[in-house]
Design a protein around this ligand. Sequence first.
Ligand code: TRP
Length: 433
Amino acid sequence: MIIFKRLNFGYGKKDQEMSGEEEYNSLEKEEAVSKYKSEELTNTLSTNSLTKEKFNVTPWEVEGDVDYTKLIERFGTFSINESIINMIKHITGEIHPFIKNRFFFSHRDLDWVLGEYEKGNKFYLYTGRGPSGKVHLGHLLPWVFTKYLQDKFDVKLIFQITDDEKFLFNEDSNFNLIQKFTFENILDIIAMGFDPKKTRIIVNTRDIKYLYPLSTEIAKRITFSTAKAVFGFTNSTNIGMIGFPPIQGAPCFLPSLIEKRPTPVLIPAAIDQDPYWRMTRDLAEKLGYPKPAQIHSKFIPGLASGGKMSSSKPDTALFTVDDSEIIEKKVKNTYTGGQPTVALQRKLGGNANNCPVYWYLNYLFDNEKESQERYYACTSGNLLCGECKSDMIKKVKPFMADIQFKRKKAQDMISKFTIDGKELDDKINIKFE
Ligand code: TRP
């Protein structure tokens, strides 16, 4: 079983005051919730209640063996089906491997955004990063895809850094450290090669004035009951967190203000972010903006035993700043889906489906044919884990070296990406005459 875990915030869990069921019932009684009869928010009510299936997905915690088909049902999103794939092919002439191999597997209104694009109504991309630590290899996948979309469709991108979220959501966080990660993460983002003419990075605590009017409009229309239902907040959640979701919602509408017309927005994001968009979509039309569309990815495993991802255990992730010796050591020590002995591996074959090394090779480095061959060789016992690890090392090293080179250059490019064209450490300077 692969367990995906975001940071261990603890807050995603119910507190002791109410069981999930009690909370759900008390929610039902509250009239405020009944105002929200939209399809998307009604789906939400079951999102955080305890479910029979043994996985749980919130924006802050992903636990258990995620069944993505069931998750689509639970969240009320849509599978990326043949007809959407044909639409993409019709416009771009190709299908990106991340769609082919279903790393991006679910959506909301992607067909609508593509239809508008064909009519000449270009969309904005919007994505983001919570700067809770260093960026690792897995974080780059959605960004590689976002960059691809920017290039293919020639569109603008808003990139939000939720430094406030990461400060609020982690009990032990330290704001100075988060600011350091904000800077470091922005180097990674710039290193991805986004077009500086078409990309703006918004750092929430620094650039709040661009979001605040919109987030206030959103916040006014969300009751505490709805926030509890959508995000699983409880009475012991700090109020900063309770007030945060509108800030992540605001960039969905910013493009309409920038362009001075209702502007479609497409959000590439892991599916755990969907609650934010459900909330925002429900309000969009009331506020006169188009509903933001989404394209959802699956989660990214780390390299620890059980495929568990944990930013607090540096050995479980290949960071973009790791040098080649560290990369080699980490990959050599990584957990795999292999059998405990060579003899057993030959006899039983490996478990490629639960192997982070196979996962990374499949999604980032192997082409379709190589990946199929590797799968077959592994599961039939013809391939040993050492061979996959050495393939991975060979491919990851130059990939990371390239990013490190670009990260260095990114240091001089930050003001090309900030929303106000200034450097990041633009200090507050209050003067009285
Ligand atoms: N909340 C996200 C995280 O913790 C960051 C984020 C903000 C985001 N806006 C986004 C992610 C839009 C995807 C799309 O990582």
